[in-house]
Design a binder for this molecule. Structure first.
Ligand code: SF4
Ligand code: SF4
Length: 300
């Protein structure tokens, strides 16, 4: 069953992204060779257990050091990150958000807490492009010191994953760091707390409104090798796909929308009318969907 498979893959990806289990003894982050490789999902570089680099942190570093990098001809690391994200996006679009991102996984788990659920105004989903442009590209590249170096604005002022995975654990591991706690840390704790609360009531609020990594992958959704397909002739507008979608996507309004993370839940579990399929490089793949009896279209 696809849902179970996805949960296993999400669990394995979360573990593999954070497999440095020596950190209680070393009391520091892993700094071995794997750290030069980006993970496809959001996973803080400074998490004591992290085995890879966060692509968003690497991207901000690229723009924060763009001026000295241009002067010294050192752009290869940044170009590697852009190429890495470009290759993943071109192949599968936003699929990593559903299958391998630890922070996306956390949001899905927290949303299972029983409570009244809410939808967000649709316009907010464009917020992630503002965060991408402003906090990942413009501010790190433009606000620089006398030597031309900027800072990683998203990591420093916004990222709740960084606070959860790195800020809090590092304070526990290194008591001397507690003396450095100031307004910046409290602000980031407030952002984390806000999102942890929102996750109970709203489907993946961080992914849909803020995540610049999801914003980058989403740009490829309509042109990637893997694509979802909607068959309007079979669709009866029952909205089952929308009700079960972890991103609140109304699939019947069009396939490959920016917030579709290709979890395949609508295809595998929701649509009983065969109105959803997927293709690779334009070739429709044989159905792996569990065969269910076709239902009559609901009467108006
Ligand atoms: S579940 Fe299938 S039939 Fe129902 S609205 Fe979605 S695509 Fe259309
Ligand atoms: S539209 Fe379908 S494949 Fe896309 S995120 Fe929603 S349930 Fe998953």
């Amino acid at each position: 069953m696809m849902w179970v498979l996805r949960r296993w893959i999400q669990t394995a990806a979360t573990f593999l992204s954070n497999a440095y289990l020596m950190f209680p003894a070393s009391r520091n982050i892993y700094q071995g060779r794997l750290k030069s490789v980006c993970t496809p999902g959001l996973n803080c570089y400074s998490c004591p257990a992290a085995t890879g680099a966060c692509p968003l942190g690497s991207l901000q570093n690229f723009y924060a050091t763009l001026r000295p990098g241009l002067e010294q001809g050192r752009l290869h690391v940044g170009l590697y990150v852009i190429g890495f994200l470009g290759i993943i996006g071109s192949l599968v679009g936003r699929m990593p958000c559903a299958w391998v991102c630890p922070f996306g996984f956390l949001q899905e788990i927290i949303y299972k807490i029983p409570s009244r659920k809410f939808e967000i105004p649709h316009v907010l989903i464009y917020g992630k492009y503002v965060f991408l442009g402003l906090f990942i590209v413009i501010l790190p590249a433009v606000v620089v010191d006398d030597f031309g170096y900027g800072v990683t604005w998203f990591c420093k002022y916004v990222c709740p994953a960084g606070t959860l995975e790195a800020g809090i654990p590092m304070l526990a591991l290194q008591p001397s760091l507690r003396e450095l706690i100031g307004p910046l840390f409290y602000n980031k704790m407030a952002v984390l707390l806000l999102f942890l609360i929102l996750m109970v009531f709203i489907k993946r609020p961080f992914c849909r409104v803020v995540c610049p990594l999801g914003a980058i992958y989403s740009l490829f959704n309509r042109v990637s090798v893997f694509r979802m397909v909607h068959h309007p002739d079979k669709c009866v507008l029952c909205e089952e796909c929308y009700r079960h979608c972890p991103m609140g996507v109304r699939f019947y309004e069009g396939a490959n929308q920016v917030d579709c993370i290709r979890c395949l839940k609508c295809y595998q579990e929701s649509c009983k009318f065969g109105a959803i399929s997927y293709e690779v490089a334009g070739i429709r793949l044989p159905s792996i969907r569990t065969k269910r009896p076709e239902k009559e279209a609901p009467a108006d």
